[in-house]
Write a protein that binds this ligand. Sequence first.
Ligand code: ATP
Length: 248
Amino acid sequence: MNPPLVAADSLATSFPSRSRKEPSVPVLCGISLAVMPGEMVSIVGPSGSGKSTLLYCLSGLESPTSGMVTLMGQDLASLRRPRVAALRRDHVGFVFQQFNLVPSLSARENVALPARLARRPLDAAAVTAALASVGLSEHGRKRPGELSGGQQQRVAIARVLAHRPDVVFADEPTGSLDTSNGAEVLALLRSAAAAGSTVVLVTHDLEAAALADRVLVLRDGSIHTELHSPTPDAVLGAVRSAGSALTR
Ligand SMILES: Nc1ncnc2c1ncn2[C@@H]1O[C@H](COP(=O)(O)OP(=O)(O)OP(=O)(O)O)[C@@H](O)[C@H]1O
């Protein structure tokens, strides 16, 4: 069996409390998981349960307080920061709720930007194909401000897809979109997984979560439930259970 592309072992992290006298606040409490090549995994849970923090730790954007994260089989704690950045640059794509496009660049230039920054040539045909795959062939010359929110998110996805990353981390990618644009963005992420990318998705949208092969439900920084081949109803039930447990 292939090794996981993303894995955590007893991952824990905490943030300093506001007052120095108080202990730091635990946010992730001993999370272990493994995401296999080509798998799509959703992370859901009540607000504040640690979903985004987990995504940032798994992608090396944040360092955990303890435990181990491996990305592409490499123990992130054993690597120097530039090496972690290079690992992300070469193997990882990110999709965020707020699109994170460069406003002064056209859609085409935004798609080509990561390759330019990595000094890796990306030919014009690859940019054209990426924009076509998200239905934006006619909009390549427009700047983000001239595009709708849904179109901007599709540019962000084209930017990821153009580089065929091994792993895609998506943090609430449909959070700023209406239902129909959200569904298109999710279908693109699902097809990225079908094409071989591993996808880790944080979402509040339970229908979206159920598109994944597996759903992890977080509660208070721990994995409360794990669902395989989930249905929206099963995700809803698990999240309700996690949420109600939180308020007890
Ligand atoms: N940089 C930080 N410094 C201090 N506390 C933080 C920091 N980042 C997150 N937290 C705290 O960690 C907890 C988990 O935050 P996180 O954003 O991971 O939760 P979440 O499940 O993604 O929430 P939401 O669904 O509302 O986006 C929250 O209580 C939050 O206030």
